[in-house]
Structure formats: structure tokens, C-alpha cells
Design a protein around this ligand. Structure first.
Ligand code: ZN
Length: 152
């Protein structure tokens, strides 16, 4: 897992307040196929920055809507971060951690992407030490269904 903190994108600390987000991980995907797996990682960073601008400028949110993004190259890119109020999943914004795969409905997640996402539901991405995700198979907790985001 390769972690990029928000400072790597030139972003200040998040304005999102504390929320426990203890239920597990909600995986989001985009409404359009971005093709980022075929592009250099810099395209992922550009898209992540675009997401934040869109969420703040158009949606009027306090920050990018998700806690994390994971890309096809296996990077975890920090958004709001661990235990912060989310904006991407109405009804679950204080109880679930969100991660976007930045992939479209016809794009199959890469193994690196899935592996990276496993660090996002436990806070281990925040500590920069990969650990198994509690929401994966074999867990007593189940993740919420994957959902498409209008913020594509
Ligand atoms: Zn990437």
C-alpha cells in the first residue's frame, strides 16, 4: 500500500468534523469509465484533485466527499481521512467510512486497488501500516453495497 496524504495534493487539513464511522467501509465507484488503469498515476492525482474541486465548488461540501480514494496503481489517496464526517453517502455519513475506487461500472478493480482498499476500513491507512480490512470476506461485518456516485 502506497499512501499519499492530503498534503501531497497541496490540501490543508480537512474541515470535516469528527465522526466515529465504525460500521465499516462503503466502496464507491464512478458513473463513467475513467480508464485510469491505463494512464500514469499522475492522472489519478489530477482526477482526485478534480473531485475535491467538484465536491466543494459544485456540491458545496466542506471537502472532497470521501475519506479515501484507491487507484488502479495501488495508491491510497487521503481525502477527509480516518474518522471524519463523510459527504458521499447520505444516511451513513457519520457511521461508515467511504472509499472511492475512481473506476467506472465497466472497469474491473485491479488486485492492487483491492489490496489498497483493505487498509481503508480499519484506519490502518491513517497509520500507514497495512492491515486486513474487517469488512472483507470472513468478517462478522459486511460492507454496504457498492454504489455509484453522481460525482463522476
Ligand atoms: Zn494511480
Amino acid at each position: 500500500m502506497k499512501l499519499q496524504r492530503r498534503s501531497a495534493f497541496g490540501w490543508p487539513g480537512t474541515a470535516a468534523g469528527y465522526a466515529p464511522c465504525k460500521n465499516g467501509l462503503v466502496v464507491h465507484y464512478d458513473g463513467a469509465n475513467k480508464g485510469l488503469a491505463r494512464k500514469p498515476h499522475s492522472a489519478c492525482v489530477d482526477y482526485w484533485k478534480w473531485c475535491r474541486r467538484f465536491h466543494m465548488g459544485t456540491r458545496g461540501w466542506a471537502d472532497v466527499g470521501y475519506s479515501y480514494a484507491v487507484c488502479a496503481h495501488g495508491y491510497v489517496m487521503e481525502g477527509r481521512g480516518w474518522q471524519r464526517q463523510q459527504a458521499a453517502q447520505p444516511g451513513g455519513n457519520s457511521t461508515w467510512t467511504s472509499v472511492t475506487f475512481m473506476s467506472g461500472p465497466a472497469e474491473r478493480p485491479t488486485a492492487a486497488q483491492i489490496g489498497a482498499s483493505a487498509t481503508c476500513g480499519t484506519g490502518s491507512a491513517a497509520r500507514d501500516s497495512p492491515q486486513p480490512c474487517r469488512t472483507t470476506a470472513g468478517s462478522s461485518r459486511r460492507p454496504a453495497p457498492a454504489r455509484s456516485c453522481a460525482a463522476s
